[in-house]
Design a protein around this ligand. Structure first.
Ligand code: SF4
Ligand code: SF4
Length: 81
């Protein structure tokens, strides 16, 4: 499933350049993740890079965007296509 940034975000901008899919951007109040672009880093990295670097651990799995590993891999193939 895609990931989501919660309200604990401190707008530090550390995650945005680490995303291989350019899925992260500055929203109205906090940073946001585009679920159509987030593959949980499948295809690029073993673990979600944004979660690795976030200093306040405010990035969670988005229960509204449930996807299997295969779904995420297919999304990755589509994005690089
Ligand atoms: S999990 Fe990976 S693809 Fe998804 S927003 Fe984070 S860095 Fe980007
Ligand atoms: S690294 Fe965490 S705190 Fe910093 S902008 Fe990204 S989600 Fe927000």
């Amino acid at each position: 499933m895609a990931l989501i940034i919660n309200e604990e975000c401190i707008n530090c901008d550390v995650c945005e350049p680490e995303c291989p899919n350019a899925a992260i951007s500055q929203g109205a109040d906090i940073y946001i993740i585009d679920p159509d672009l987030c593959t949980e880093c499948v295809g690029h990295h073993g673990v979600p890079q944004c979660m690795e670097v976030c200093p306040v651990d405010c990035i969670d799995k988005d229960a509204k965007h449930v996807e299997s590993q295969e779904d995420l891999y297919q999304k990755y193939l589509k994005l690089i296509g």
